[in-house]
Design a protein around this ligand. Sequence first.
Ligand code: HEC
Ligand code: HEC
Length: 511
Amino acid sequence: MSTLFRRYWVLFLFPILVAGISIDGIQKWVIQYGSDIPKVWTDEAIKDWELPNFNPEFSAKPVSAAFYYNLPERVIYKTYTVYHPDHEPEGYWDWLHSIDAEIELDESKLLTEEDFVKAGELLFDYPIDSLGAIISKENVRDVGFYEYSEMPLSKDGIMPFARWIVTGKGKVYLGNLSCGMCHTKVMPDGSLLKGAQGSFPGDKAFAYGLQKAPENDVKAVSGFLFSSPWAEGDPHGELLSKKKQDILDAYAAVPTGAFGRQGTSILFPPQIPDLIGVKDRKYLDHGGLGQHRNIEDLMRYIAMNQSLDFLNMYGSFNPLGLNDEVINSGKPIMFPGTYDRHSDKQLYALAKYVYSIKAPENPNKPSQLTEKGKVIFAEQGCVTCHTPPYYTNNKLTPADGFEIPEEHYDKYDIFDISVGTDPGYTTKTRRGTGYYKVPSLRGLWYRGPFFHDASLAKLEDVLDPKRLESEYVPTAFIGAGIKNRAVSGHEFGLELDPEDKKALIAFLKTL
Ligand code: HEC
Ligand code: HEC
């Protein structure tokens, strides 16, 4: 028997091989793509996914898994184009009011990776709010709104940052807060680049609507969005003690390309990051608040940032004035974006889509000049932090004044040098961690304004030593009521001669 086996063992292997292949084949049929989607919100996973607050006593404590999964899953209705009033096709408004609701996404039909990516793109443009979180129905039908906010339009006079949602005959809502609202750029030719640093003038648009609101409402909403009373000097408390017009001015001062979303600030507004290439980044947000170790982390980030962070407890502080008991009582909390949630499958589709977005072809090709710039980039030590191929070393740098707790060195990727930029965002907001991550320099050619607070419009400004002087007038975000101020820190490459700067910038634009 044993000699027989030794001689003919290959024959014995054959049926096993066949069986192996067919089991794999059967698995592909029976177990659909995406059937092993991770559960995003478990108490264990959510506990230490985010970095602690710069003041760890006030680190965010998110809602429980029980609360989260008790929220109803989001129904994805068909949505419709919003036009500038001068470009709306005749009869469009009446037609919108005459049609019935249609459900656009049937999750049970998602079978392949391609299906998921396609559904993800649909979800990217799906507005999760119909209560008018940032802009209202009245706003988008008012020509003055477009003029005040300098709203860019895409081809054919389309307002690309919001959609009409029809949930039943005559029930037409203005949908806010799709990913595309903030993460879509209108290119110079009127085409749209999804995932790029967006060009929705969000804070100006919001300020327009707030003009008609009573002072107390303006203060209440600004409180939900930005209050972080434990921050040294309580800058948001100070802002809220001012007059309504001063608060509106602070909104209007935030330039396109930045947005004071919840948990951040209009005083220290975060630049909207380019999502193209996000798969290769280890931390999410300018302060690196969310760890990004795998697709689950991105799904968590998306779930949390669709307003669920309004329900976080920060010590005994909650932005909506709720307490633990109310939040975990299981009763719905009717606040934009917190009354329903994406299913895990929808989150997976969204994350897959975000990972799949590719940059457009770069028109800036390598040349003698860019080759010279590449050498300068290395010589100036830019590569230490902006390391190829991602042009980031994916590390966190401490902001001025932040003392790194000892235990962080084992837990996080830290490069222990402060680049000395303004510490406001990361030491005075709810999302502040005390760090700024090293951003990727990929796609600089279609990006801007630059730095975490969008102070500088152009790469030329980043390399301009005059920006360190207090008389400097920042070329993008300045701040309400401020005429001039220094844009400090990141003093790299400032002393290069004009020819070398030109070469360096030419190189940066090829990335
Ligand atoms: C109202 C505007 C707005 C909406 C809506 C929005 N984002 Fe963002 N997003 C921002 C801003 C601003 C930041 C930067 C936040 C910070 O650094 O504090 C950001 C950061 C991110 C990041 C982190 C990227 C990085 O490199 O740090 C990801 C990922 C992201 N958004 C994905 C999404 C997705 C997906 C959606 C839709 C589900 C979405 N965003 C909806 C404004 C928005
Ligand atoms: C010590 C690490 C370090 C070095 C060296 C360094 N950078 Fe940076 N760079 C950073 C950090 C951190 C930021 C984010 C700062 C902020 O926004 O507050 C940044 C931001 C930038 C930005 C703005 C990106 C954006 O999205 O807004 C550009 C452009 C840039 N660096 C180019 C360079 C060039 C060119 C060099 C070399 C001359 C260089 N950097 C050297 C760490 C570094």
